[in-house]
Ligand binder design. Sequence first.
Ligand SMILES: [Ca+2]
Length: 383
Amino acid sequence: MKQGAFFKLDDIIGNYKNLMETPQQAFDNVKVDKKLYSVPRTRPLQTNAVLIRKDWLDNLGLPVPVTTEDFTNVALKFTTDDPDKNGKADTFGIGVGEDLSFLDQLWMAFDAGNGWRKMEDGTLMNSDVTPGRKEALGWLADLYKQGAIDKDFPVLKYTQVNDKFIAGKAGILIGGGIANYGQFTVDMKKVNPNAEIIMIDPPTGPSGTKGTPQSAGLYGHWVISSKASQEKVNKIMEILDWEATDEAMNFKRTGIEGVHYKLDNGAPVVNDQYNADGVINLIAHNKYNPYFTTPGATEEVAQAQLDQWKNIEQLGVPNPAIAALTPTMQEKMVDLEKYSTETFIKIVTGDLPLNSFDKYVEEWMNKGGKKMTDEVNEWYKQQ
Ligand SMILES: [Ca+2]
C-alpha cells in the first residue's frame, strides 16, 4: 500500500453518501498510516441476539428474562416445568456448544470483556483470567448441575446446537445470531407450527453490565488500482455507493418481481432464475449485514432482524486489543486458549471446583500468559 499501488480515496470518499454511512470504526480499521486506500466490505459491528422460545414463556406464564437471575429462573423452568406441554421431561434451558460457544453475551453480563478487558487502572487483562469469567463459570456450573444446560455440550458442534434449538429441545441461545433467526423461524415451523422465537436483549449481570461482542465491522475491503483513470474510479465508486443503498439490499434478497420471485401470501418466493442470475452474489455493500435477511423470508422476519440490529447498536463491547499481534501472542495464544477452554469445561461440568479458577490463572500466567499480557499492554500504550 505504501508503494502507491492503490488509489487513495480520502479526498473523494465524502462524495458518496451511502458509503459514508459506514461506521467510522470500519474505516479506521482499514486505514494505512491514517490514510484510506480501500472501501471496507462493511459488516455490522454487532450481530448477536439472545434467541428464546416465546411460546414456552407464554405456556409457563413467564415474562421475558432481563437479568442473569431471570435467565436462571427461566432456564430452570424450561427444564422442569414441561414448557412444550407434551407431558415429557424432554427439554432444557440453554443451548451451549463445545469450546463453550454461544456464550459471548453471558461473559459480557459478568463484565469479562470481549477478548481483552480494560481494567480500572487502565491496563488490559485477558478476558479468560478476569474475575467476571470466574463468576460466569460459577453461574453456568450451577445451572449445569440442575440440568438446565445441555448435558452433552462439551462435544456439540455449532450446527448441532442450532439443531437442538430448532428441534425444540433447548429454549434459549444466549449467543445466537441475528442472521440465524430467519432460517430458524422457517425451520422451526416445520417441526412445530406453534413454535415462536423472539430476539431479546443480552442479559444484565449482577453489577448492571450487559453487552454484545463488537467485531472489526468489515469482512475484507475493496481497493482500486492507482493506474485506473479518474473516470473509471468515479464509476467504480458510484457502483459501490449504489450497492450500499437499501434498494440494493432489497434487490439482493429477491431480485425482480416476476423474473426472480413471486409473492406467495405476501412472502417473496425466489425461483431458479434468482440463483441462475447470481442475484444473491450482489455485493450489497451495506452498513448492515446482507446476510441478516434470509432469501424468501417474510417482511416481518426481515424487519425483526433489522430492529434487533438497531436495538443492540449501542451495546457493542469492543475488543481493545483487536489489532494487537505480539510475538508471545503468536507463539502461545492457541495453547493458552486450549488450556482455558479445557479448564472452563471441567468447572462447568463439576469435574473441577469453582475455586480451582485461581490456580488456573496462576498456571495461565506461567504458561506465557503473563508475558503476552505485558506485551499487549506495551502495544496498547502506543495506540
Ligand atoms: Ca416436555
